[in-house]
Design a binder for this molecule. Structure first.
Ligand SMILES: O=C(O)CCC(=O)C(=O)O
Length: 255
């Protein structure tokens, strides 16, 4: 049996796979921003913007092909690894230390940015790689919408529905006080969940966004202080999905 976060029927389902608590301080308003149709999702102590069709299917397909390009023939998604002969993104298998053991993370990653300052999160240190033409193009598109020049991007490759990311917040000091995180998605649609950091409110206040091919989700304001997010396993998903979170890093925040 799969655990359904929304089984207790306290949630309203909105267009484009959005689910919000049926509470007065949660609303979802359609917006058009710089000709992009989306939703302003108003939540307590957080700010979310979702643009389901930020990239056209043509651009999204090209981005997916570029990010997944490799010279291994007929590799099944779950066989993709750091040893695959990748062409454009050197996807790597990071590990996390738990109970004295090195455990491989359930996804592949790559970290690119302006500075050669390494990025540390959850005890993992990622070395910064240079931008390439496709990553630069994607960051330019985000700059046109937001007027922000992001200086870093974390790429995650979920090879199939077994790959996932557990509950966490993006609250490393290098990201600044109230970080703006622009998250874009290519490939299979996956469920993106948010829940309150405060344990007592987790059962009643949770949000779901179905992040689909070519979509953009922006998290800003106090979101990273009051909300955790995750991408759960989805056993029925058999193909890859790539997520890119563009961030602004302040490299000397710790020094
Ligand atoms: O894959 C996603 O949509 C989320 C990725 C994420 O949470 C992260 O990179 O911190």
């Amino acid at each position: 049996m799969t655990f359904d976060l929304f089984a207790n029927n306290i949630t309203s389902t909105l267009p484009d796979g959005l689910k919000l608590p049926l509470l007065a301080d949660y609303t979802c308003q359609p917006i058009v921003f710089n000709q992009n149709k989306g939703y302003n999702i108003v939540i307590p102590q957080g700010e979310l913007l979702y643009f389901p069709e930020f990239f056209s299917p043509k651009i999204a397909n090209r981005a997916l092909d570029f990010l997944l390009a490799n010279s291994a023939a007929h590799t099944l998604p779950h066989e993709l690894s750091a040893n695959t002969p990748w062409t454009n993104i050197p996807w790597q298998q990071d590990e996390i230390k738990m109970y004295g053991k090195q455990i491989p993370l359930p996804r592949l990653s790559s970290w690119h940015g302006d500075s050669d300052h390494p990025y540390t999160y959850s005890g993992i240190t990622l070395q910064s790689l240079p931008w390439n033409a496709a990553l630069d193009y994607l960051r330019d598109q985000l700059q046109q919408l937001t007027s922000i020049r992001f200086n870093s991007v974390l790429l995650n490759l979920y090879r199939d529905g077994q790959d996932h990311i557990s509950w966490h917040t993006d609250d490393e000091p290098e990201l600044g006080k109230n970080p703006i995180i622009a998250s874009i998605n290519f490939g299979e649609s996956r469920r993106f969940l948010l829940r309150r950091c405060e344990k007592e409110r987790q059962a009643t206040e949770k949000i779901e966004v179905l992040l689909k091919h070519g979509s953009l989700l922006i998290m800003q304001g106090q979101t990273q202080h009051f909300w955790q997010h995750s991408v759960p396993k989805q056993a029925k998903v058999l193909k890859p999905r790539i997520n890119l979170t563009f961030r602004h890093i302040y490299p000397h925040a710790n020094s």
